[in-house]
Design a protein around this ligand. Sequence first.
Ligand code: ADP
Ligand code: MG
Length: 420
Amino acid sequence: MALIDIRSLTKLYRMGDTTVRALDGVNLTIAAGEFVAITGPSGSGKSTMMHLLGCLDRPTHGEYVLDGRNVARLNDRELADVRNRKIGFVFQTFNLINRTSALENVAVPQFYARRLNTRQPARKALERVGLGHRMHHRPSELSGGERQRVAIARAIVNDPVLVLADEPTGNLDSRTGEQIMEVFHSLNRQGVTIILVTHEHDVAIQARRIVQMRDGKIIADRSTEEVLRDSGPSGLPNDGKQKGGIDKILTAGSSSQPRMNEEGLPYPAPAGNAAAPGIGVAVEQVSVNNGALSVSVAEETPLAQGANFGMICGIAAPLLAGLGYALGRLAPRDQFREGVQPSQEAMMLAFGAMGSFLIALVAAIIAIVVSRGALRRMREAPIELSGKLRARTGLWLGWLVVLLPVFSIAWQIAKKTLKS
Ligand code: ADP
Ligand code: MG
């Protein structure tokens, strides 16, 4: 069974009154373990294709079966789940979080996949790309090639079946680019399916199959062997200076020139640019940037899960305890003596007071448990999480209410001993 099976895949972008056919009825089948290069001039739909293949967006029409599952019409949450489990992304501009180490960057997708031990797989992934000795360096302390290897480690940390790379060597010199390609080769030998978009001749011919696009359509789909044979001896690998026929089928445009819309602005993020945890970046937006798929790393820190809920329960607990106290004060004491039948109103007040105390106690316990969980997540997360103050508020208010009976008994005893 094919890993990827695409039928009549179409993607339309509406720009004001005009409609752009970014993908126009594409059929494509890719088996598990393949190494495919997608080439074509700027604007031919390569990034749009990667977008859809990567479950970052849904097609306007058509079918996409990935690993036996039709993913063309999943909702955002389901798409994010597929991305997280099955797909790794590598971008031209690396998209690493600058304020944290290589190890933490690689651990981010694990955190989103809610794995408990995030560091061990991250370490292994960095070793797989030959960066075991650079784990604690920040991106700014690494070379371009090393940064891209960190990004590849991040892409493979969840053991995806598919790695998608959009111009992965576009920002690197050719020697460093070769090293990156060597990493892809070694992953491919380990069984990972690789699809990469490239403008570069030397990069494309390293794949085993080359898919050429133009105007949103696939115009050729051949093995690299065939492409090289057809384009003559000058198109052979490592020929370096003299690039033959294959270059003609590669690109007209170069990625160095940003493509702009009619207003002279870069294209806005395409539809469906919801936060994409599958990419493994903290809080990000997916966009098409200079014709290449990219994500922007938001520098804002996400709120730790549970911090808000812990605080709300923590605030509710003393309020409920206060209500219980007030109801208890209202209940006429003289009706609760031996031999006296309390009135219905007195009974209701008494029950109300007890009920409020009970719910206050439950809210306090929830506040403690949830807030402690949030604080633990903040300690263990590979990225910074906010909400410490909220979680602490929840925790302390929770303890206050739980310990209230102890305080109250201590107060009574103190009062008695003072009187006597
Ligand atoms: P490539 O990656 O091959 O350069 P793209 O997939 O980025 O091509 O773009 C394919 C076509 O879709 C182009 O004509 C481009 O102008 C258009 N396009 C891409 N993204 C958007 C968008 N978000 N809004 C409108 N048009 C877009
Ligand atoms: Mg592109």
